[in-house]
Design a protein around this ligand. Structure first.
Ligand code: GLU
Length: 460
């Protein structure tokens, strides 16, 4: 049987990290085996549906390169791929399941306590109630004896006593199926060979298997994934303000880096390598190395990975990443493209995501500099005024168009000789006087960005 996985999101508003991790693993597992990756929209909970959420799913899949082989807009012959368009199919199979003894009509209101009294209704009583239009659901009928077991690829052998399983609703009173029913019908009809999903479904899986068995359908291979946690005790959740894919993009994280990081949330590669392209992930991914225990979302690790990707960008790409943040924070109307490119290039090694550029380049947009206590102390050294004066005389001689990194560097070198200032006693005073900070990117480049006029003024 061909390997086929599906990502089955519910359109409830955003793509949180756990969702995207599931999508990625579904994709990697399928592609590692040259199989098919299917997108199915699970929109049967109409109350939770959020407008625009489906488009967001398409957009994220497209953007991150998780291209599906079949989905709502790519027909593979087993559609529709949106559950709300499959209601007839669910009704047909619910009726079959009733006929096979795997489900029954239930006319009870509210939650069931103990055994469902409707199990004992006669055929005639059921028909009368249906004819009278009494509101009803279809519930799963669970054997009261025996056990159900299966082997999960991650969690191993699972065995439960049937009597511990509840007779959950399969078709709701509004005619929509629950996840508990639709997932089985769809996974079977869509020829899904490997069901990859969060481990919150692990405990319900025996119930799903009972449905497969009643229909005499082949049970898929199950790969349940560990949760993505915020810390030891809390699951990552957008409701608690934890980052979603969109939030991370908006902070200037690169999609490749996000995908790379997310791949490591619950899976570990065999060697030491940590930076993986999507193609490399496809090759390296191995279900056997998925962990059982929850992964902790570590923002610092993501930052580190993102900075590795930032290193590989060319200047144009880096500018593209940083520009929206710069525009938002500063007035760029009198700055040239070349100046902006130089600005971001100089700070490349100082940022781990796009939004960090704003703080890093603040001094280039401020007229005044504000020295910290430590800098003020440092500047008290008596040799410093001479060093600054010598340097000032050197750069003053530079023509406006020669006020460039290399020439400025030559002036620093000349100052070293003439003022007999070396190392820290050369660079630090010049840096503090011109930029106001004690540590920063290349000094000559920073001065070029500040411009001759400002540099001269600040040198006193
Ligand atoms: N619609 C379910 C969810 O979003 C999908 C679970 C599954 O992959 O089967 O949680």
């Amino acid at each position: 049987m061909k390997m086929r996985t599906r990502f089955a999101p519910s359109p409830t508003g955003y793509m949180h990290i756990g969702n995207l991790r599931t999508a990625l693993y579904c994709y990697l597992i399928a592609k590692h085996d040259h199989g098919d990756f299917i997108l199915r929209i699970e929109d049967t909970d109409q109350q939770r549906e959020v407008e625009g959420a489906i488009d967001l799913i398409y957009q994220v899949m497209e953007e991150t390169g998780l291209h599906y082989d079949e989905g709502p807009d790519i027909d593979g012959g087993v559609g529709p791929y949106i559950q709300s368009q499959r209601l007839d199919i669910y009704h047909e199979y619910a009726q079959k399941l009733i006929d096979l003894g795997g489900a029954h009509y239930c006319f009870c209101e509210g939650e069931l306590e103990g055994e469902d009294p409707c199990l004992h209704l006669s055929q005639q009583e059921i028909q009368d109630k249906l004819d009278a239009g009494i509101s009803h659901v279809i519930r799963q009928t669970i054997p009261t004896t025996g056990t159900t077991s299966f082997d999960d690829e991650v969690y191993g052998h699972i065995e439960v006593e049937n009597k511990t399983l509840n007779e959950g609703i399969l078709i709701k009173s509004d005619g929509y199926p629950t996840y508990n029913f639709a997932n089985v019908i769809d996974d079977h009809l869509m020829n899904i060979s490997h069901v990859v999903r969060g481990n919150e479904y692990l405990s319900s899986t025996p119930k799903y298997n009972l449905i497969y068995k009643t229909f005499d359908w082949e049970i898929p291979t199950y790969i349940h994934l560990p949760p993505v946690n915020k810390d030891e005790t809390h699951k990552l959740s957008k409701r608690n303000g934890d980052a979603s894919y969109q939030d991370l993009k908006e902070k200037g994280y690169l999609k490749e880096a996000i995908i790379n990081y997310i791949a490591l949330l619950g899976w570990s590669p065999e060697g030491e390598q940590e930076i993986f392209s999507l193609d490399e992930l496809i090759k390296a991914f191995d279900v056997k190395r998925i962990s059982k225990s929850g992964a902790i979302f570590d923002m610092n690790k993501l930052k580190w990975i993102n900075s590795q990707y930032i290193k590989k960008l060319d200047t144009k790409q880096l500018t593209e990443l940083c520009l929206p943040f710069l525009k938002e924070a500063y007035d760029l109307s009198n700055k040239s493209e070349a100046w902006i490119e130089k600005l971001v290039e100089v700070h490349r090694d100082h940022i781990s995501c796009g939004e960090e550029i704003v703080e890093q380049v603040k001094l280039f947009f401020e007229d005044e500099i504000h020295l910290e206590e430590e800098a003020i102390e440092f500047m008290k050294d008596e040799a410093i005024p001479n060093t600054l004066a010598v340097f000032k005389s050197k750069v003053a001689e530079l023509a406006e168009e020669d006020f460039k990194q290399d020439q400025i560097f030559a002036c620093i070198k000349a100052t070293q000789k003439e003022a007999k200032a070396r190392g820290k006693m050369l660079y630090m005073p010049l840096r503090i006087a011109t930029t106001g900070i004690m540590h920063g990117p290349d000094l000559a480049a920073s001065m070029e960005l500040l411009g001759k006029e400002k540099v001269l003024k600040r040198l006193g």
